[in-house]
Design a protein around this ligand. Structure first.
Ligand SMILES: C[S@@+](CC[C@H](N)C(=O)[O-])C[C@H]1O[C@@H](n2cnc3c(N)ncnc32)[C@H](O)[C@@H]1O
Length: 201
């Protein structure tokens, strides 16, 4: 299957939610925003299959691929086709999520494309809506600008506490015991990775 590398999240046809909501029940829920093939979530699910792992993804082909794989493996992973900034509050009831991961958001390096970047105040509203008090928000990137952008979004936001201390990166490595595809790639090619761990107030 040919999968598009990038889509413009600001296109009008993404405005209406057309995805399938995740099967929320009494399980703990972990969410990766921009999950791509969801390597991170499948590995989390293998570690602890008692939770539900939800990936939000704007590329519809990838959503189909992830859900097919989840069915084949009988894994508790569910991808949702959406534009995360616009639809996060529609997908999850308030405080229904235990952990949110933003692993290696697309950099959109060209200045004229900066408005396509995913981490912004609207996404912060969506995350603070879905995350329960005390829940984790973990952000990581190998692009300094994006790491800094994320800190500039979440650090001044009173709904989140930076666990390492204000305006401080998380230096203890990824505490979750699995790696996203981009993370694995960055580590294997020796790129620096900036990580930040927040807790919802
Ligand atoms: C660079 S990839 C990282 C994939 C994975 N998290 C990893 O670390 O390997 C970023 C992913 O976010 C998705 N994405 C970008 N903007 C999005 C948005 N507004 N809503 C949902 N997904 C988005 C892209 O389609 C892409 O799959």
């Amino acid at each position: 299957m040919r999968i598009r590398q990038h889509v413009n999240p600001n296109q009008l046809h993404f405005a209406r939610f057309r995805g399938e909501r995740p099967p929320l029940d009494d399980r703990q829920v972990e969410v990766e925003i921009g999950c791509a093939e969801a390597q991170f979530l499948f590995e989390r699910a293998a570690q602890d299959p008692s939770r539900l792992y939800v990936g939000l993804e704007i590329r519809e082909d990838l959503v189909t691929l992830v859900n097919k794989r989840a069915r084949a493996l009988n894994a508790p992973v569910h991808a949702v086709f959406c534009q995360a900034q616009i639809h996060a509050t529609e997908i999850f009831p308030e405080g229904s999520v235990d952990r949110v991961f933003v692993n290696f958001p697309d950099p959109w390096f060209k200045r004229r494309h900066h408005d396509r970047r995913m981490v912004d105040d609207t996404l912060a509203d969506g995350i603070s809506h879905m995350l329960r008090p005390g829940g984790d928000l973990f952000v990581q990137s190998d692009v300094w600008d994006l790491a800094l952008d994320s800190m500039t979004t979440f650090d001044p936001d009173e709904r989140f506490d930076n666990v390492a201390g204000e305006w401080t990166f998380w230096r203890a490595g990824n505490p979750y015991g699995v790696r996203s595809w981009r993370e694995q790639n960055a580590e294997e090619t020796g790129l620096p990775i900036w990580r930040i761990l927040y807790r919802r107030r």
